[in-house]
Design a protein around this ligand. Structure first.
Ligand SMILES: *[C@@H]1O[C@H](CO)[C@@H](O)[C@H](O)[C@H]1NC(C)=O
Length: 412
């Protein structure tokens, strides 16, 4: 009996070590979005299970559920080709993703369904009652299967697979998201057992306060927040190595949000970065990535890294290794100086095109201050516009300056 008990404990310890999904106490969580095949190269997005034995990532938000109501729609780019549709609807039925979610969960991954994306344009809900109703419907579609008598003809795109929670990535102003997200949270909390906890995350852009998600950020209990530190002036490419007070890179502002505004005072903030130069504006890797991670780790709320997206990260040789190395912490930690309480004045931020599969952008050239000689031409992927940008707005031929957000234009 004693021997058996010890074996059982060893077994549990091993399983615990191997099954590391999102951890609210870890500083090395890695979330990578899958589903939009943003690299859009032949063969670049493989089926979900392909990525689940990889130990350099532990959270996969599936992107996206891009229409919530009238009717619910999901899109997974080329992976959707392996789905069929439920009869009489355009809703995908995806047995392969169903199987892969189970495979990934057995390998310890946390699988979330991401709601929104740049193409989400419904504007939310007309009332809190409608918001609550749709939260319950999504829970019946993707949470634990309801008893069949109460299914009421609900189609479940992932069949008997049960996701580990939701990620909200709304990028346009929308109504009644607070009662929607709170009802998702209520359903998750009610279903939580010793064996299964559910996770709720949100992915705002770095300018604070976030235009689309701000109401939820102060009223909903999130487990983690993946802040998009790209396509914006406040992104990782504007981090100044060695400086304790950063004037543009604003992880400190988000850390202050975590401590003073967040419903969950232990919320984790993931540093959202592009997975390659073509995945988003302000790509960094190597030493700059190690430096910005080392700096961000100085904040108590730092929980790891979020990457957009799987197809880009895996097409970019060595990138995930550099993320793992940065999180393993070989670089010196610069102790950040205290950051003031997040400003309550609204900053108007145009909804970014950040998580669209069509987004392509890259490493900015160093910005210059003062007059720029007219001969300076910005290379491909370099920044050519945005609030606060003072460099050249002219691109090297044949590139043109493409608007991505109020804060970021680049040559493409
Ligand atoms: C589609 O299914 C095929 C056959 O199982 C598989 O090899 C491929 O990886 C799948 N593609 C995606 C993007 O899921």
């Amino acid at each position: 009996m004693a021997v058996l008990a010890r074996w059982a404990l060893v077994g549990i310890a091993l399983i615990h070590g191997a099954l590391a999904g999102f951890s609210s106490t870890a500083t090395n969580n890695v979330a990578i979005y899958w589903g939009q095949n943003s690299a859009n190269q032949a063969g670049s997005q493989q089926r979900l299970a392909t990525y689940c034995s990889n130990t350099k990532l532990n959270i996969i938000p599936l992107a996206f559920l891009y229409v919530i109501k009238n009717p619910t729609l999901i899109n997974f780019a080329n992976a959707g080709d392996n789905c069929t549709v439920f009869s009489g609807s355009q809703l995908l039925s995806c047995p392969q993703i169903e199987a892969d979610i189970k495979t990934c969960q057995s390998q310890g991954k946390t699988i979330l369904l991401s709601i929104g994306g740049a193409t989400y344009t419904e504007g939310g809900f007309t009332s809190s009652t409608e918001a609550t109703t749709w939260a319950n419907t999504l829970w019946a579609m993707f949470g634990p299967p309801p008893p069949s008598s109460s299914t009421n003809g609900i189609n479940r795109p992932f069949g008997t697979a049960v996701i580990d929670g939701f990620d909200i990535d709304v990028e346009a102003t929308s109504q009644n998201l607070v009662p929607f997200a709170n009802q998702l949270r209520t359903n998750m909390d009610a279903a939580t057992t010793q064996g299964k906890t559910y996770i709720l995350s949100v992915a705002p852009q770095c300018p604070y306060p976030d235009a689309a998600n701000n109401a939820m950020l102060s009223a909903v209990r999130f487990d983690f927040v993946s802040v998009q530190f790209y396509n914006n002036y406040c992104g990782v490419s504007s981090y100044v190595p060695g400086s304790a007070a950063q004037s543009n890179f604003n992880f400190g502002t988000w850390d202050t949000w975590a401590k003073t505004v967040s419903k969950n005072p232990n919320v984790k903030i993931l540093l959202g970065i592009p997975g390659s130069a073509s995945a988003g504006g302000g790509y960094v890797s190597g030493a700059q990535l190690a430096a910005v991670v080392a700096f961000s780790r100085g904040f108590e709320s730092f929980g790891g890294v979020m990457v957009w997206d799987m197809s880009q990260a895996f097409a970019n040789a060595g990138f995930l290794d550099s993320v793992a190395a940065a999180l393993a912490g070989s670089g010196p930690v610069v102790t950040p100086t205290a950051t003031a309480k997040p400003a309550s004045s609204a900053t108007t931020v145009k909804p970014g095109t950040t998580l669209a599969s069509s987004v392509r952008s890259g490493t900015p050239t160093a910005t210059t201050t003062g007059p720029v000689p007219s001969v300076t031409l910005v290379p491909q992927w370099g920044q050519c516009g945005g609030i606060g940008y003072t460099g050249s707005t002219q691109c090297q031929p044949p590139y043109t300056c493409v608007y991505l957000s109020e804060w970021w234009s680049h040559c493409d």
